[in-house]
Design a protein around this ligand. Structure first.
Ligand SMILES: C[S@@+](CC[C@H](N)C(=O)[O-])C[C@H]1O[C@@H](n2cnc3c(N)ncnc32)[C@H](O)[C@@H]1O
Length: 211
């Protein structure tokens, strides 16, 4: 039996998740500015874009902007007139993300909030309900962000979280992040407030729909 692997992943990416010139340029700009290449893969971006559109997202939140790469994929999935609030605590990264989003023609649809996610989420709370939330920051904080998301999503809204596999360490890694991700995945799997699973491509994306 052939199981999902890098070759099949590449097949899917080359067919469904081809980067346009803007996305290529944005990755290049991040490299030029010394930003670590810890952004999502195109295949994952396409999936987030699909999720945003499938749930009819008009109001979305992203925790962990980096240079704005995933924000571009998500924003392109929003319904017409939709907005994305993305949160980044590093000022240089927030500045670069704003530039990249302007380059992508998305400056009017995406707001980059500079600051700590917990504080920014508290400020965003009055705008609830949200339709879509993507979590891609420190693993220790995933559960708090997820609980905020479930609380502030409308029924049928979607929360997604990156690195469900933690590059394979989720199975038997002994480091703190492996423990955090194992506990987080189990928490979501047993959460009666949602219907959930893991999208098993890239580094795995936990996906939960609020019941
Ligand atoms: C993995 S990167 C995000 C990648 C991005 N989603 C992409 O795929 O293009 C995580 C980012 O989250 C930011 N971050 C981590 N903890 C944060 C916090 N508590 N508040 C705000 N930003 C945070 C980091 O500075 C980093 O730039």
């Amino acid at each position: 039996m052939v199981t999902y692997n890098d070759t099949l992943s590449r097949y899917v990416a080359e067919l469904f998740a081809v980067e346009d010139e803007v996305l290529q340029r944005v990755r290049q700009r991040m490299a030029e500015h010394g930003v670590p290449a810890i952004h999502i893969k195109p295949e994952e971006g396409r999936f987030l874009q699909l999720l945003a559109r499938a749930c009819g997202a008009r109001q979305a939140v992203e925790i962990g902007t980096l240079g704005g790469y995933s924000a571009i994929w998500i924003a392109r999935g929003l319904l017409a007139g939709g907005v994305l609030h993305t949160i980044e605590r590093e000022p240089e990264r927030a500045r670069l993300a704003r530039e990249n989003l302007a380059l992508a023609g998305l400056a009017d649809r995406v707001t980059v909030h500079e600051g700590d996610a917990r504080q920014v989420l508290a400020q965003l709370s009055p705008r609830a309900p949200f339709d879509f939330v993507f979590i891609d920051a420190e693993k220790a904080d995933y559960r708090d962000y997820y609980d905020w998301a479930v609380e502030h999503l409308r029924s049928g809204g979607v929360v997604a979280a990156h690195n469900a596999f933690l590059h394979g360490r989720v199975l038997d890694g002994t480091d703190a992040n492996a423990e955090f991700i194992r506990a987080f995945n189990a928490y979501v799997a047993h959460d009666a407030r949602v219907i959930s699973t893991v999208f098993p491509a890239g580094d795995g994306i936990v996906v939960a729909v609020k019941a």
